[in-house]
Design a protein around this ligand. Structure first.
Ligand code: FE2
Length: 385
């Protein structure tokens, strides 16, 4: 995140003696995701972060691809993914390319036995249903319906859910996830035309230092494998940290929509960007106010990107018969547009209550077997009167 944060206690300079209460040294770790040229934070551990006690047998979790190449509009019932009482096992990877994986999960709990670290990918977790606390070494971030959690790769975390009914949409991005550059000035500050600002961003708080030694299982994901590590030190043993690289949350409900006299294009809805993809938030808003405006979108040719829409809540203006958690995937290469009758129906309407997350990957998505298990059949024919 491009603004400076500090929690706990840190020494007055980097890389100098920082004594603990026993006269020994706190253990400094520079934590970055783009070598030494990207954003970093400097962490101060009670114990070295290298105290590996055991390594279990690694096991594969790479998704099975059902459709390698696709030029067909598809739809999926996202709420049909099974509820599972373990966070990692609940995750269903549905769509993949070399830039990102997209999935859905319905965990009824995290599981007591481990911490998780994604060593390959920054994660964006959109909370469609449920609430709780994201626990990390940086501190805690409470989350609720509508929050996007952004977790930089390498961050060890647990999700402490308040109840068993949880619905998550997630992205694993193999590049850092940023706020869009067009919203920021040269210094990283979010500009006046940005639909959200720093005040909307929830940063880690309530740093807790876990000094005790023991056996702490951390499941580390890398290259489609899970590596079970057991450390002697608790992964959340920081006395302090500062810097720019840390997990944060921002709510879709704090996204202030940009509207116009005539239809505004999808880039006004942009929430995040990564390498070769963007994420947009479609939120409740007033409709276009030109006397002859058509609020529903026009047909358009997304020749350069796939368009994946995840329907969260409210009526979706351009679609008939969509349900909560439904996904549509309009592949790059063929035009798509509103369903029959929805343009006419939208004329004269004053506002919409739609809430949806759009993910546009600029490289084609492959579709997994898990996705095909929840497919809505024959969606591609749904534009015929
Ligand atoms: Fe579109």
């Amino acid at each position: 995140m491009p603004f400076y944060q500090k929690q706990g206690i840190i020494p007055p300079k980097r890389h100098i003696v920082f004594e603990n209460e026993e006269g020994g040294l706190y253990q400094e770790e520079v934590f970055g995701t783009a070598g030494f040229v990207g954003m970093t934070s400097t962490l101060y551990h009670v114990h070295p972060p290298t105290m590996v006690a055991e390594m279990g047998e690694p096991y594969p979790v790479a998704p099975e691809i059902a459709i390698e190449k696709n030029l067909k509009a598809l739809s999926f019932n996202g709420y049909d993914v099974a509820q599972v009482d373990d966070y990692l096992r609940s995750r269903n990877t549905l769509f993949v390319n070399n830039d990102l994986h997209i999935g859905l999960a319905a965990p009824s709990k995290f599981s007591d036995g481990y911490f998780f670290k994604n060593a390959d990918a920054d994660e964006m977790i959109f909370i469609h249903h449920g609430s709780g606390i994201l626990n990390t070494a940086f501190g805690q971030i409470p989350f609720e319906y509508g929050d996007y959690l952004i977790i930089p790769r390498g961050t060890v975390y647990q999700l402490d859910f308040d109840s068993t009914d949880n619905r998550l949409l997630y992205i694993e991005s193999f590049s850092p996830i940023f706020t869009p550059k067009k919203y920021r000035n040269n210094f990283g500050q979010l500009l006046e035309h940005s639909p959200y600002c720093e005040r909307d961003i929830k940063t880690p708080q309530n740093l807790k230092t876990n000094k005790e030694l023991g056996e702490y299982k951390t499941l580390i994901k890398k290259q489609g494998m899970i590596y079970p590590y057991t450390y002697k030190n608790h992964p959340f043993d920081l006395v302090g940290w500062d810097g720019y690289n840390y997990p944060y949350a921002i709510s879709i409900h704090d996204f202030e929509p940009i509207t116009g006299r005539i239809h505004q294009p999808p880039p006004v809805h942009q929430q995040f960007e990564g390498n070769n993809f963007v994420v947009c938030s479609f939120v409740p808003r007033l409709y276009d106010y030109h006397p002859k405006s058509i609020p529903a979108p026009y047909h358009h040719s997304n020749i350069d990107s796939d368009e994946l829409l995840y329907y969260v809540d409210g009526d979706f203006m351009s679609r008939n018969n969509v349900s909560k958690g439904q996904i549509t995937l309009h592949p790059g290469g063929i035009p798509h547009g509103p369903h029959p009758g929805t343009q006419e129906k939208s004329i004269g309407k004053k506002s919409t209550s739609e809430l949806a997350v759009m993910i546009d990957p600029f490289n084609p998505l492959k579709i997994t077997r898990q996705a095909m298990n929840i497919e809505v059949k024959d969606y591609y024919k749904s534009w015929i009167h």
